[in-house]
Design a protein around this ligand. Structure first.
Ligand SMILES: [Fe+2]
Length: 165
């Protein structure tokens, strides 16, 4: 499947939950933009975009099962759910494993082991910072300690700049 076909599948899977759909679309847009600006190779860009689309796949289940979307539960459930979700999407085993790894680690900021992982974390943070109105201290800390890409930093500053002045 193409990125767009997987996007359609994920939107259908989200079953009318506009909050979840809006979030995944935003994270995908930031991830795609940062990935292209950073010059990722096409294989890594593809993995990044599929991970961005599916990263919060376990959110609805975790809200139901644990009454929250706590990071750890969501990561564990997400690995199993995204593997099932992508089973008929035509990806090879290596691609599915990498996407599942990223979904399973997107709240874990230690041990970032590739540009797909790095950019997914950055894109999700930018979306969450604007959705949840993160403080200047939180944003400065993330920008200094976690962010690595110049385009991610520029985007975060541009998105949050007005809110921070
Ligand atoms: Fe997210």
């Amino acid at each position: 499947m193409t990125v767009s076909e997987i996007m359609e599948k994920m939107i259908k899977f989200s079953d009318g939950n506009i909050h979840d759909i809006d979030h995944l679309i935003r994270v995908w847009t930031y991830a795609r933009t940062i990935g292209e600006l950073e010059g990722l190779d096409s294989d890594t860009q593809f993995i990044l975009e599929i991970a961005a689309i599916t990263h919060d796949i376990a959110c609805p289940l975790c809200r139901e099962k644990f009454q929250n979307t706590n990071g750890k539960h969501q990561e564990e459930e997400g690995v199993l759910m995204v593997k099932a979700f992508l089973k008929d999407a035509g990806l090879d085993d290596g691609q599915i494993d990498r996407v599942a790894y990223l979904v399973g680690h997107h709240h874990t900021f230690s041990g970032i082991d590739g540009m797909d992982y790095q950019i997914l974390v950055e894109a999700d943070y930018i979306a969450n910072a604007s959705e949840n109105g993160y403080s200047r201290a939180n944003i400065n800390n993330f920008m200094e300690k976690i962010m690595k890409t110049d385009s991610g930093k520029r985007l975060l500053a541009a998105v949050m700049g007005r809110a921070l002045t």
